[in-house]
Design a protein around this ligand. Structure first.
Ligand code: ZN
Length: 451
């Protein structure tokens, strides 16, 4: 609110504000109401008349005030521009990474949320109590999220550290923060590597049967990510985890911290435990179930963003499950697209080390695996900067501010001051409608970045 107010005061002193206030105060309320109604009915509106154009121009006018407001529709628009500029400067990103830290499971988050001074890398509280602790302390969730993302950037991507990144030498990254249905924060990130060829060039070399580029490329991709379990099939892993869980000394790996190889007895023992732990984690955090997000009556569940992953006009899972299977990693002879070896239809692709370190749901997708990298990148950058608000909701806010403030608008204040007050109120009302959760708000109040 403070930002919106400051921005509106700064704007008033600019020459263009005379135009802006003219436009805003002369908005045709009936036209605005018509547009809202049509949009609510799902119609696509292209402004034709002068009054309609003025309504849409006001959306841009609001950008001047809301551009610096955290999490606003405008700031998302600016993020998208930044991603496109990065693509212009650095070429196509190669990896698309999603990290969803599990705050109510992680010992570090519970340590932040609790009042105990000493850190213990184990969780002794039952689920309900952990849940209560985290809900009562959203700042802990925000701090924990920030800590994990920073760790990912420095330790996994090797940014500003003394070692290179897990995927190669990191050139650039761009991440955005979102809240999930349960309001916990998650991260979407695009990753650019140093020394990467242009997608066209990669495709050309992949399709050349005489080059060993293809072999090396496949080796690299298989070494940094997988769409399968490490020790067996889904059924094998279920059986194994059941067996382990029966043991009294078993600890749920989503509630413990990773163990470094140098702390183990010998490397091969450590490595076997590493693979078993990764499989256990994948089973607990990455197996998709289309039924899980749908209630019996198929009505919207309160804590979910959507009606269930298959509730769309095609009746297909929007998380693209089950995934297509491939006996081995191959290059499509026509398109040059890479199809990664895959035998598990219900898990996505992940990096084993990242799963082991972060112990939560992750998604690591190589953007070379699609047929058209440009389309994928466009989709991803739109998706990760999407606004939670529809345009008609913004128009409704404008409408409602005019109704609630008719006295002030008809009053004796100077026109500029009226316009300034309306814009501030509209931007604040829109912010309220974004339904930001406590962890997200805490993140902003702590001054932690959202991108
Ligand atoms: Zn599904």
């Amino acid at each position: 609110m403070k930002t919106a107010s400051t921005q509106s005061y700064l704007l008033v002193d600019q020459a263009r504000f005379a135009n802006i206030s003219q436009r805003l105060l002369n908005l045709d309320q009936n036209v605005l109401a018509e547009i809202i109604e049509k949009m609510q009915n799902g119609e696509h509106i292209k402004p034709v008349t002068e009054s309609e154009k003025a309504c849409f121009q006001v959306l841009h006018d609001l950008d001047h005030v809301s551009g610096k407001v955290k999490g606003s529709v405008t700031s998302k628009k600016y993020m998208r521009n930044e991603i496109w500029s990065l693509i212009g400067a650095k070429g196509a990103p190669i990896w698309y990474i999603t990290l969803s830290p599990a705050d109510i499971q992680h010992p570090i988050c519970l340590y932040y949320a609790d009042t105990k001074e000493e850190f213990r890398p184990e969780i002794l509280l039952p689920y309900d109590e952990r849940h209560r602790l985290i809900c009562k302390n959203p700042v802990a969730g925000a701090r924990f999220f920030h800590f994990l993302v920073e760790t990912f950037i420095s330790d996994v991507l090797g940014v500003d550290s003394d070692h290179r990144g897990l995927y190669g030498e990191t050139n650039t990254y761009y991440g955005t923060v979102e809240q999930q249905g349960r309001l916990a924060l998650h991260l979407h990130m695009l990753l650019w590597l140093k020394g990467v060829l242009r997608p066209e060039e990669i495709r050309k070399r992949l399709l050349d049967p005489n080059s060993d580029f293809r072999k090396k490329m496949i080796e690299w991709l298989e070494s940094v990510h997988t769409g399968d379990f490490q020790t067996g099939t889904f059924d094998d892993v279920v059986e194994q985890v059941n067996k382990f869980s029966a043991n009294k000394s078993y600890k749920d790996p989503t509630q413990t911290l990773p163990v470094a190889p140098q702390n183990a007895l010998d490397y091969s023992t450590w490595h076997r435990q590493f693979e078993e732990t990764v499989d256990d984690l994948l089973l607990k955090t990455n197996v998709h179930n289309c039924e899980k997000y749908t209630t019996k009556s198929s009505r919207k569940r309160k804590d979910k963003d959507s009606y269930g992953c298959r509730n769309n006009k095609w009746g297909k899972c929007k998380a693209r499950f089950p995934r297509p299977l491939f006996n081995e990693t191959t290059v499509d002879a026509d398109s040059g697209a890479i199809n990664m070896k895959k035998s598990e239809p219900w898990i996505n692709t992940v990096t084993q080390v990242v799963t082991y370190l972060f112990r939560c749901n992750t998604d690591i997708t190589c953007l070379l695996s699609g047929t058209a990298i440009k389309a994928v990148v466009m989709y991803v950058s739109d998706y990760i900067t999407k606004s939670s608000l529809k345009t008609h909701t913004i128009f409704e806010s404008i409408c409602s501010v005019f109704h609630k403030n008719s006295e002030m608008i008809g009053g004796t204040l100077p026109m500029k001051e009226k316009a300034r007050m309306i814009m501030t109120k509209v931007v604040n009302m829109i912010s309220a409608k974004m339904e930001m959760g406590a962890p997200m708000i805490s993140m902003y109040l702590l001054g932690n970045p959202d991108h």
